[in-house]
Design a protein around this ligand. Sequence first.
Ligand code: 13P
Ligand code: SF4
Length: 361
Amino acid sequence: MKNNPLAKKVETQMAPPSCAPTLPIASAGELKNNIKRMLIEQDAVLVAHYYTAPELQDLADETGGLVADSLEMARFGHAHPAKTLVVAGVRFMGETAKILNPEKRVLMPDLDATCSLDVGCPAEEFARFCDSHPGRTVVVYANTSAAVKARADWVVTSGIAVKLIDYLSKRGETILWAPDRYLGDYVRKVTGADMVLWQGACVVHEEFKADLLRVLRRQHPDAAVLVHPESPAGVIEQADVVGSTTGIIDAARQLSARKFIVATDSGILHKLRQAAPEKIFLEAPTAGAGATCESCARCPWMAMNSLEKLHEVLRHGHREIVIDEPVRRRAMLPIKRLMDFAQGQSAVPRVPDDVRVAACR
Ligand code: 13P
Ligand code: SF4
């Protein structure tokens, strides 16, 4: 696709987790206590993604919040009675929470924490892409802006992509998929669906190297390989399990292997080690010989979430997600469809033609 902005790949600092500033113990403890107090006072719950810093994940667990993949984050926030959702993750996760829960206040530690898939799929360009493929069911990955979701028939997450596309394909629908080309390609191969793909990519997963993974597997023949489907095809082909972040954690728990090579953001290692403390986890390689960082799988935007910023946002309430109401209402449609589908209510009505036309014009 000629005009895809991801051709000019998003330039970013890929700081490894070890580079993140660590707080002095006393000050971190103080911050945590204040945060816990403010969460209670403000009737707020913390929902964190697996890629955020360990202290944020622990805080979510300790305060009755949740650490999860993007689908579970959305479900949990929707079902939870708290008046305020504090979303530690990237912007599309906060937006999804707001779209589903307009009556709730949705705060984020850093509103600039975006995602290369979101940045690489601007709404106007996406609309033109839709225009050039009329008649296709528009399925967008959750890692998109509210405006892009507002043009879609369905929103999907990695945890449910194969099931949903298989379902749509079996009822005779052809698909326009955006924005992750690797996930789209994987889903197309597994389901055989007729799909045209927007050519976006995740700057983290795209860096995993198939040839180096082969070498690492030879060195550790007893290791099972767990891969997030945003990775390139050559990496996915070597996987024992391809799954969302939750899928990867479940596999590590359930498989009999004692050792795993993991191809996803290294933030997940914290939960993996908690879930299966007796097992060994190796990071899949991202760089060749001579590189300063052999595995640089760290999302720079997830790394923008910190204890200090969480503390600040609860003190001032200033980083709140706001979405234009008509956009929010339209974007809610495809997200609700996803939620209903995920709940097993797959007798979802066929997308009415008028909605589909609206979505793709
Ligand atoms: P999950 O839905 O698997 O958590 O993926 C979100 C994401 O941004 C992965 O890079
Ligand atoms: Fe986006 Fe990739 Fe970061 Fe996930 S890891 S939020 S897909 S840039």
